[in-house]
Design a protein around this ligand. Structure first.
Ligand code: BGC
Length: 486
């Protein structure tokens, strides 16, 4: 199957509803740099990256894209691109170096807060709506030292931080996202050791999931109490989850059972509490109660906070996962980007028959339609969806003429936007699509080797070069704006 086929008809743009919003996304730890400047405190990612062997090539986010200093240029470029919205994240430890406000507010680092205020102004000046995410995995190290997400108090600290941000930016920023991909953060960083804080707790990490979910709920309340856009527009709050289809390798009951369990632990465990107000199965709730020491009444009270109604449901999509029941004497290492421990009752199978990105991820646009339909079916009250991340790493470099001919990225995005329009045609309320990412950046454990950007960043010079995909996206957005309302 070729990417051209997957893109349906590449000569025609997909049908999207009027008002559909295009955007791009980044995260603080991946683009900002300036790790120790202007009073910023360390985050768990600074600590993790300083440990030998954690990051490919020994890379660190200390400089990254230097967005902290180049934000004006970056905001102007987003204006040229014509995106409606820009999703960025706020570095908690830049604003609250110790993670907490302090009783008299003395914990707030003014220069850190001012940076985000300037960024918001630069975006608005460029005609781009700022959409901040409060937490994209970079917990202040000071809070990790107190036990991090294993502590209930960390959820409360995030709620207070949300209030600080809402007060500071809520006159100009109406649309907010609370946490990014609690599932990846819980599993990669707490169950496994591939991401910070590398706790390797296996299934004992369930309290982390619960505290992240509760932090989300507390942040929703704090934002609603503090955000008052001066233009009279509404305060819109949402969350960002990574979702993906989980496919059983065969129809056998062993394989479908393994896939069901994997799907539950990686997808529904994090969306059911928010969208249904309970954990997906009683045994999960029992494990959460046992791990957190909460009584049934306390758990119910937490779930009421966790399931506050939302205005936006953010879906990040990259690839489906195929799962089978573990076969004896089979080596599953290297099948996925991170290895599932051998003692788990599910194992990954390499998806064959699809083209792959340079990060070796299969390209399956129909998986995006499928997961959107699955969410639509599972959650009758699903809030309007925005695809808050979708993207691919291709390693294309500037040619002798300086042009970056990343045609595979163009095909990728064209196919995925078409997949979104298929979901809309089938009845899912999707209102926006953000490309991951606005520019090449620090790709977590893979360092700078993987390039997801519409804009190439030269790691020696930090020069920004608009790739062919950037021009394609700009033109797509312009055409959509001109398209007659259907
Ligand atoms: C994360 C991004 C990351 C992207 C590509 C998502 O899971 O939110 O921070 O760069 O995937 O790996």
């Amino acid at each position: 199957m070729s990417l051209g086929d997957l893109a349906h008809d590449p000569t025609r743009d997909p049908a999207l509803p009027p008002g559909f919003r295009f955007g791009t996304a980044t995260a603080a730890a991946q683009v900002e740099g300036a790790a120790t400047e202007d009073g910023r405190g360390a985050s768990i990612w600074d600590t993790f990256c300083a440990e030998p062997g954690r990051i490919r090539g020994g890379d660190t986010p200390a400089v990254a894209c230097d967005h902290y200093h180049r934000y004006r240029e970056d905001a102007a470029m987003l204006g040229d691109l014509g995106v409606d919205e820009y999703r960025f994240s706020i570095s908690w430890s830049r604003v609250l170096p110790d993670g907490r406000t302090g009783a008299d507010g003395s914990g707030v680092n003014r220069p850190g807060l001012d940076f985000y205020s300037r960024l918001v102004d630069a975006l608005l000046e460029a005609g781009v709506r700022p959409v901040p995410t409060l937490y994209h995995w970079d917990l202040p190290q000071a809070l990790q030292d107190e036990g991090g997400w294993l502590q209930r108090s960390t959820s409360e600290a995030l709620g207070e931080y949300a209030g600080v941000m809402g007060e500071a930016l809520g006159d100009r920023v109406g649309r907010w996202l609370t946490l990014n991909e609690m599932n990846v953060h819980t599993l990669y960083g707490h169950a496994l050791t591939d991401h910070a804080p590398a706790l390797g707790m296996g299934l004992d990490c369930l309290p982390v999931a619960h505290n992240l979910l509760r932090a989300h709920g507390l942040a929703v309340d704090a934002l609603r109490a503090s955000v008052r856009p001066a233009d009279g527009s509404a305060c819109e709050v949402g969350v960002v989850q990574q979702h993906f289809p989980v496919l059983p390798a065969t129809d056998s009951s062993e394989d479908t059972g393994a896939a069901d369990l994997f799907r539950l632990l990686t997808n529904w465990l994090f969306s059911d509490p928010i969208l249904r107000g309970h954990y997906p199965e009683d045994w999960v709730a029992e494990l959460v109660a046992a791990g957190t020491g909460l009584s049934p009444e306390q758990l119910a009270a937490d779930l009421a906070v966790i399931s506050r109604p939302l205005d936006v449901y953010g879906v990040n999509y990259y690839e489906p996962t195929m799962i089978e029941a573990p076969r004896p004497d089979t080596d599953y290492s290297g099948v996925l980007e991170v290895d599932i421990p051998a003692d788990m009752p599910f194992s990954p199978v390499r998806l064959s028959g699809y083209e792959r990105t340079d990060f070796d991820w299969p390209i399956v646009p129909s998986g995006l339609t499928d997961i959107l339909l699955a969410l639509h079916e599972r959650y009758p009250g699903l809030p309007p969806v925005t695809i808050t991340e979708n993207g691919c790493s291709f390693h294309d470099e500037p040619g002798a003429d300086g042009r970056v001919r990343d045609t595979r990225r163009i095909d990728y995005h064209r196919a995925h936007v078409a997949a979104v329009s298929d979901a809309i045609a089938a009845g899912v309320d999707v209102r926006g699509y953000y490309v991951w990412s606005a520019m090449d950046n620090f790709e977590w454990a893979a360092g700078y080797a993987e390039r997801f950007g519409l804009v190439h960043v030269g790691w020696d010079t930090l020069a920004r070069t608009r790739k062919d995909s950037w021009f394609w996206y700009r033109d797509l957005i312009a055409r959509q704006r001109r398209a007659p309302a259907s």
